[in-house]
Design a binder for this molecule. Sequence first.
Ligand code: C2E
Ligand code: CA
Ligand code: CA
Ligand code: CA
Length: 274
Amino acid sequence: KGAGRNCYAIFGAHMDDLLQARREIEYDLRRAVTEGKGLELHFQPVYSADNGALCGAEALLRWSHPTRGRVGPDIFIPIAEECGLINAIGEFVLRETCLAAQRWPALKIAANASPKELQNESYALKVMSMLKHYGINPEQLEIEITEGTLLDGGGQCQKNIEALRSIGVHFALDDFGTGFSSFARLQNVSVDRIKIDKSFVDRFGREKDGRAIIEAMIGLARAKGLKTTAEGVETDDQRMALKELGCDHLQGYLLSMPLSKEQFDKLVGGNVVN
Ligand code: C2E
Ligand code: CA
Ligand code: CA
Ligand code: CA
């Protein structure tokens, strides 16, 4: 019993620290969003598996916290979703994505969207007016969603997706294979592309079935008329195998880390003819 109390005391103190840190992050994130300070998009190049040409970029959000330094999106996006900041953040991401699309007109720019954003009745309208305002061809934009978005019971997400697809915006199913029923989900989803999760790319060469699983995913995507992107490509063996299996696009540290706008400019300067 004594030990139990002890454990509880340690657990309690730990919880207090965590809650305190979380409250702080929430407070600072709110300030960052309202003042537009410390948040910026980085862009990870996406390449054709076939010929290695630069085809696009995925926008990834970065936050430089005033005292903690860089805080990763894996930490602050879930907090933003819980405390209602995700819509404001999503709007920032969309705006910056449109500016990037203007800046690199020959590239497809992909932005991540949280299920919470797509549950919003006005989401599609918001995206449409943003595209119009910045003069962006809807086909230059891709929105990356997760299975969580497709599981939305109310059907609002699906409505938003349909409305945006009807004007040419593309959708990609992110982290494909990590959900409960990915394959079943593909029966009636309205996406244009699947992104094969890094965890599957990692298994290439390491596990006996690693290759077979990716082969099945690509085969399924093809049968459904969907494009494929493999994320987290880190070795040349992975790159060559993915190309051989007919994966369309590749993304990962082997090819490039996410880059700042300025770094990306240099890359585009040498690779894309507009
Ligand atoms: P994600 O969409 O699956 O993004 C891929 C993550 O893998 C990124 O981490 C990227 O930097 C990292 N990555 C790319 N290539 C490699 C590689 O070769 N090796 C390894 N080890 N990692 C690689 P990041 O930027 O920390 O983003 C984490 C997650 O945060 C994203 O996962 C996405 O779910 C979320 N996120 C990022 N930006 C946004 C945003 O603007 N809005 C929303 N809603 N979520 C975002
Ligand atoms: Ca993504
Ligand atoms: Ca992903
Ligand atoms: Ca991921």
